[in-house]
Design a protein around this ligand. Structure first.
Ligand code: PEP
Ligand code: MG
Length: 291
């Protein structure tokens, strides 16, 4: 595929030194997914499912969730699709979850913490994802993981969802890799230990940067800290890449840094070979990497 003059072969950019850099897409809708397929993405590296259900009073049921995700996966038949389970809380409140107000929502019950606190919501979504992925290359990713216990508990919920679908005789994807966002500093620091329970890593530089620099993302007065190229953030990214290599776990970067040509080049220097970004950034990032 040719994206504004940049040749991606099966979503891979070949560098002069022979290395292949995979271009995956961040999507939040069916329209995004269709555009990503046209742009020649290697796969979907991040489907932000919370974006599908932002403005509603009632929870989406299993069938509705399955239909929506299946429609998003359809253009990627035969290619991998990483679906992130609901990442609600803080900057992404979902009214239908009826979450309690918190003094520090960025440090509160968000991401996988919320999913584990709401087993009915979590298992409904897991069943929906498994059904949507039937016959497709589905991978499931957990947001805001801090420790291995969360991954183990989530894997148990995933196995429950699979058992329920078997019992109901419903077609679904199985087995399915279960990976994690690395966006909490503790997860980056303990990536080797987390490799024992997670099948893949995707570094979320947006949240990782906010937590490493202790500066709320999007804060109007703290823009200078919204910098994923800060050495402290890059050092953690390097550690995660090394842990992934050592433990044979794929590592991608799916935060905004992956779509920033300057920072993407730094990440590739650190050994990152899988970038997930808005397809609108493919051309400029590929151009920067080639130079
Ligand atoms: C991130 O935190 O870098 C990320 C990709 O997730 P989100 O921006 O949806 O929090
Ligand atoms: Mg995040």
């Amino acid at each position: 595929s040719v994206t504004a003059g940049v040749a991606l072969v099966d979503g891979v950019l070949r560098l002069a030194d022979g290395r292949g850099i995979e271009f995956w897409a961040n999507v939040a809708s069916q329209r995004d997914a269709e555009a990503a397929a046209r742009a020649g993405a290697r796969g979907i590296g991040l489907l932000r499912t919370e974006m599908l259900f932002l403005d509603r009073a009632d929870p989406p049921d299993e069938a509705e969730q399955a239909a929506l995700v299946a429609a998003i996966m359809e253009p990627f038949r035969g290619r991998p699709v990483v679906v992130r389970t609901l990442d609600a809380g803080a900057d992404k409140p979902l009214p239908w979850l009826g979450m309690a107000p918190e003094a520090n929502p960025y440090l509160g019950v968000r991401g996988v913490r919320l999913l584990l606190a709401r087993p009915a919501v979590f298992e409904t979504q897991l069943r929906a994802l498994l059904r949507a992925g039937s016959g497709l290359d589905l991978r499931i990713m957990l947001p805001m993981v801090t420790c291995a216990e969360e991954v183990t508990a989530a894997r148990a919920a995933l196995e429950c969802a699979h058992a329920a679908l078997v019992a109901a005789g419903l077609a679904h994807a199985w087995p399915v890799p279960l990976g994690i966002m690395v966006e909490v500093p503790a997860a980056a620091l303990e990536a080797k230990a987390l490799a024992g329970c997670a099948d893949f890593f995707s570094i979320g530089t947006n949240d990782l940067t906010q937590y490493v620099l202790a500066a709320e993302r999007g804060h109007p007065a703290l823009g200078r800290f919204a910098d994923a190229s800060h050495p402290a953030v890059l050092r953690l990214c390097r550690d995660v890449v090394e842990a992934g290599c050592a433990c044979d776990r794929p590592v991608s970067v799916c935060g905004e840094a992956a779509g920033d040509p300057r920072i993407a080049a730094l990440l590739v220097e650190l050994g990152v070979t899988r970038l997930s970004m808005s397809p609108a950034a493919f051309a400029v990032v590929a151009g920067a990497l080639r130079n």
